[in-house]
Design a protein around this ligand. Sequence first.
Ligand SMILES: Cc1cc2nc3c(=O)[nH]c(=O)nc-3n(C[C@H](O)[C@H](O)[C@H](O)COP(=O)(O)OP(=O)(O)OC[C@H]3O[C@@H](n4cnc5c(N)ncnc54)[C@H](O)[C@@H]3O)c2cc1C
Length: 369
Amino acid sequence: MTTSSEPVVIVGGGQSGLSAARAALSAGLRPVVLEAGVEPVGSWPGYYESLTLFSPARYSSLPGMTFDGGDPDRYPIRDEVVAYLRRYSASIDAEIRTGARVTAVHPRPGGGYLVHTDSGDDIAAAGVVAASGSFSNPYLPALPGRDTYEGEVRHVAHYRRPEPYTGKRVLVVGAGNSAVQVAYELAPHARVTLATRAPIQFMPQRIRGRDLHHWLRVTGADLLPRAVLTRLVRHAAVLDTGVYRDAITSGRLARREMLTAFTADGVIWADGTHEAVDAVIFATGYRPNLDYLAPLGALDAGMPRHVAGVSTTHRGLVYLGLEFQRSFSSNTLRGVGRDAAHVVAALAGGVSGRSRRRPQPIKRLLVRR
Ligand SMILES: Cc1cc2nc3c(=O)[nH]c(=O)nc-3n(C[C@H](O)[C@H](O)[C@H](O)COP(=O)(O)OP(=O)(O)OC[C@H]3O[C@@H](n4cnc5c(N)ncnc54)[C@H](O)[C@@H]3O)c2cc1C
């Protein structure tokens, strides 16, 4: 049975979880954020050291707090984001428990959920916001022979800096921002090849003297749903001021068509040739980290079943921070606040993604008993 004291449990204390907490407070709910790590700043401290935001500071704020601290047109470095999230979490008047990893969520017969943590705490919740990101669930494609390869294999999630690769022959697999940025950074230190399925597509960082994010905002492209956007833009593209394209066209950074198999000491390329390599870095993306929802039956092969972040399987369960949850900007600092308002409104109104006809408002459950 739900009681008036029951909170909404938010799983994950990154930008998504913190935005959800802020939106929940505004909606009159009582959020409790459970964060597995030591502080509520999300995965940013684990990103590679040289990372700078792809959006200028002026387009990188969460709701209610400007990303200040200097020129609004600068591209903040990783540690500035960590410091910003630290300030942001401190500004939210919600209970945030760190060192609290959620291991399972179970439904209760009378409604609501029981949220289990690895410290043994079981928390009764009127609703759950799954905002646990994907960084801890890196995706590696199954390629023939990968298990027989004796060199170093790592996902870009575990890459920090170029120096350990000095003098090595390194293959970076992937065609996205991380793949190109890491390969470019490694090139002066190592013999690097980028392996991609298709030629890399680039998107200019600046157009007519303004950053791309200015145009995404004024044209409304940032808010387009995936189905519409993919009709306009065929391929995901790498943001570039021109340096990456130049490095590839000048041959300073080699790019080859995707490898077909691994051998013990290297790879076989699409044209059948063999090349020995010392290390392979997969920059091949991530999948949502939602194992704790498996007992609930909310997932389909590990992926959430939802419409715009609202679960289609369970009333009172919502998601935040999914790639393309509602639009291109969903999984970004600038876009997550809009989605937070949307899913928290659905939560407060008791709306499920499957049926919006018989609401059981969480707000009412919270105040009734
Ligand atoms: C390399 C890289 C660069 C990026 N660059 C940009 C950029 O320039 N601009 C931009 O706007 N976006 C960028 N993004 C995208 C996005 O903004 C970030 O990935 C951001 O960290 C996502 O925030 P989040 O809160 O959804 O997830 P996360 O930051 O991953 O936070 C999730 C939190 O949940 C916690 N958690 C996980 N499982 C559990 C559990 N079971 N119980 C309790 N807690 C749990 C984790 O410890 C973590 O703190 C980038 C992403 C990557 C990977």
